[in-house]
Structures are given as structure tokens and as C-alpha cells.
Design a binder for this molecule. Sequence first.
Ligand SMILES: Nc1nc2c(c(=O)[nH]1)N[C@H]1C(S)=C(S)[C@@H](COP(=O)(O)OP(=O)(O)OC[C@H]3O[C@@H](n4cnc5c(N)ncnc54)[C@H](O)[C@@H]3O)O[C@H]1N2
Ligand code: MOO
Length: 395
Amino acid sequence: MSLLALEQAQERLLALAPELGSETVPSDRALGRVLAAGCTARRAQPPFDVSAMDGFALRGHGPWRCVGESRAGAPFEGALEPGQCTRISTGAAMPDGADRVLIREDAAVEHDRVSTAADPVPGQHVRKRGFDFGVGERVLASGEVITPARLALALASGHGELPVVRATRVAVIECGDELARDPADCAPHQVPACNGAMVAGLLAPLACEVERLGPVGDDPAALARSLEEARYADIVITIGGASVGDHDHVRGALADWGANIAFWKVAIKPGKPLLVASRQAGEQHQVVLGLPGNPVSSFVTAFLFALPLVRRANGMADTLPESEPAILGEDLPATGTRRSFLRGIWSAGEVRLAASQDSSALHALARANCLIDRPAGAAPSATGDTVRVLRLQNG
Ligand SMILES: Nc1nc2c(c(=O)[nH]1)N[C@H]1C(S)=C(S)[C@@H](COP(=O)(O)OP(=O)(O)OC[C@H]3O[C@@H](n4cnc5c(N)ncnc54)[C@H](O)[C@@H]3O)O[C@H]1N2
Ligand code: MOO
């Protein structure tokens, strides 16, 4: 069976991404979510002319007589005559008639008399009404991800709630008779189940709800029960049991569950036995990603496939990780027939290999901060050559 190239596999997977509806949520719960509709400002910022500094709001030339105070939240009620001023704090409304601000440090104050060496010019230290945004101005566009700064903009422009794409529901099922749920209760023939938590952790910064099921044994009936438990999920991620062993039941169980296998096996190392399927149950469209069980293979395929899939389901435009150039700090051997994603450590301007490139080597993975992306059939590379790397920001 010929293996699919990475780009083709990603393209085919993303084309299957579920279309999620939208919902309205409190703005401070919308972080990381994608806006389902644009927002226009319901108020101006600032809502009136305000002072940018602590000092005195002045009218005309000095010296000035201080007739009161304008504080943020407690504006001066009257109007200033020429030669008058008020104390003013940063963000407070400019009193009617005031046209400039003298900062506290430059003011000489004697009783109610305020003077300065050089008069401020008109408009100095004044923020004009609506200079940041005016009422009705478009502040956020449909399709934008709500970042912390955009959350602040939404709130400041009067939006306590936002229409966003529904968060993707993800179920992660770990498969294998050898997997122990509790590392403290792990028999000699077992290994602690760790990939599910790792994959859920990779997904954590995205707007999704992840439920972990299992671990389930290498038993088609048990796997069928877990898949049924995951029938609500937009995306089902299975881990392990994806290869060709006698106890690799994932493909069979998926077919029995009514899922259509879209493709199996991708020309990447690690991660070859990646499996993608989809299932239509009534109105509900589900995508299944079968990740290989070797921990590093799970990690790399989650990074290259699961994260982009959730991003696409969430409505994000940019879904695939972007590589950047890096200088090799050591020689690399030629690659085989699969595109390789080597675990690398990028520091002080050079990238080097993590200690072990075995697809089960968690210790090396945990030290890596990037994947070195090597094309299939590449000749050896030498120290000082440029390679492409993918940063692991949440690795
Ligand atoms: N004859 C062949 N054998 C294998 C092939 C092949 O092409 N022909 N491919 C190899 C490759 S590449 C990979 S990757 C693995 C993937 O196999 P599976 O997806 O079936 O994974 P398992 O056999 O279930 O497990 C592999 C390995 O990973 C450990 N594991 C699994 N799940 C977890 C988990 N949730 N937490 C921690 N560790 C886990 C498991 O104990 C095994 O050691 O197949 C090769 N074989
Ligand atoms: O491709 Mo497997 O994922 O090398 O270990």
C-alpha cells in the first residue's frame, strides 16, 4: 500500500472537519474562540476628552487659579473660565472649557495658584473622545480568534457577550491491554497510560472540551463500547492499536461503528500508521483520528493532525504549523522514504538532535523544543546547513 504524503493527508483530513454552529457566551469565556460575527463598538473610547496624565487641566495661559478637581469616575461639574484650572487625574474627563494639561511634575503650586515655567500647548496630554474607536466602528471581524487583547477590546467597546463558534468536543480513547490507568498501580507487564494526557495537554490551549476515555483493552467489544460513549464528540481520537498487529483492533472497530476509513498510513516518521475516518450519524458528523501508540508517534501526529483539525473545526483560518529556518549544530544522516520529524533542541542559534530519536523515547521528547522537518529522500546534512524546524510551543 503506498503511503500518503503529509500535505495530501492534512488536506484530506481538514476537508472532513466538522462544521460547528455558533453560540453566544460571556466575553470572558470566549478566549481562544473564533468570532462567528463581527462586532461594532457600542460606545466610544474614550467616551469624552480625557487627560493622559496626572496634573492640572488648564484653560488658556497661566498662571491659573485652581477651582476644583476632576477624577476618573468623578468629573468636575462646572466649566472653566480663562485662567482657571482643576486638578486632574489620568483618565479623568477634561472639564468644559479646559484645553490642555500641565503635568504635576512641571507645576508650581502655591495655595490655589498654579504656574509653570513653559505653558503647555493646546491639546497637550489630552486624549480626544473616540480616538481609539467611535460608536458604530467595526472593532472585531468575523473569523478572528479572541486573544486577551481582543477580549479587552470587546469589553471596552461594550460587548459583555460574544457570538463564537461552538467549542469542539473531543473524545480521546487510549487502547491497549498493557496500559495501566494509575502509574502507582502498574503491574510489571504493564506501562502507565500517558499518551491520552499528553494529547489532551497539546489540545488544552485550543477552544475545545476534551474527555478522556479508557484505557480500553485490546478487545473489539470494549473498544465498541468506548466508541459508543464517544458518540457525542465532534472528533474522536484513538491512541494505539493502529498498526498491523493481531491485537490492533481500531480499524475493525471503526468499520463496525459505521465509520468510513478515509485513509490509513502517511509517509512520515514517526507516525506512519495514522488513520483517518469519518462517521455520519443522523445530523452528526464525526471525524476519527487514529494515532499510533508509540508515545513520540502520538505526539508528532497530534501536533501535525489533531491540532490543525481542532483549529479548523473551531473556525480558524490558519491551521497548519509553520516551519522556520534554523542552522544545524551537528551533522544529520540521510533520510529514508518517509518525511522525518526529528526531535530537536534549538538554542543559541543552533539546532541539535535530542538524545534519542526512537519513537518511544519520551525522555528525549520532553527535552525537545522543536521538530526538525526533513524531506523524504534527503541527502545527509552538515553542521552549518539550514534546515526547517517547527517550534513546539506547548510541547
Ligand atoms: N509489523 C509492523 N509492526 C509495526 C509497524 C509496521 O508497519 N509493521 N509499525 C510500527 C510503527 S511505525 C508504530 S508507530 C507502531 C504503532 O503501533 P500501534 O498504533 O498499533 O500502537 P500499539 O501497538 O498499541 O502500541 C505501540 C507502543 O506504544 C505504547 N502505547 C500505546 N498506547 C499508549 C498510551 N496510551 N500510553 C503510553 N504508551 C502507549 C505501547 O505500549 C507500545 O509500546 O507499530 C509499529 N509496529
Ligand atoms: O512511524 Mo512509527 O510512528 O515510527 O514509530
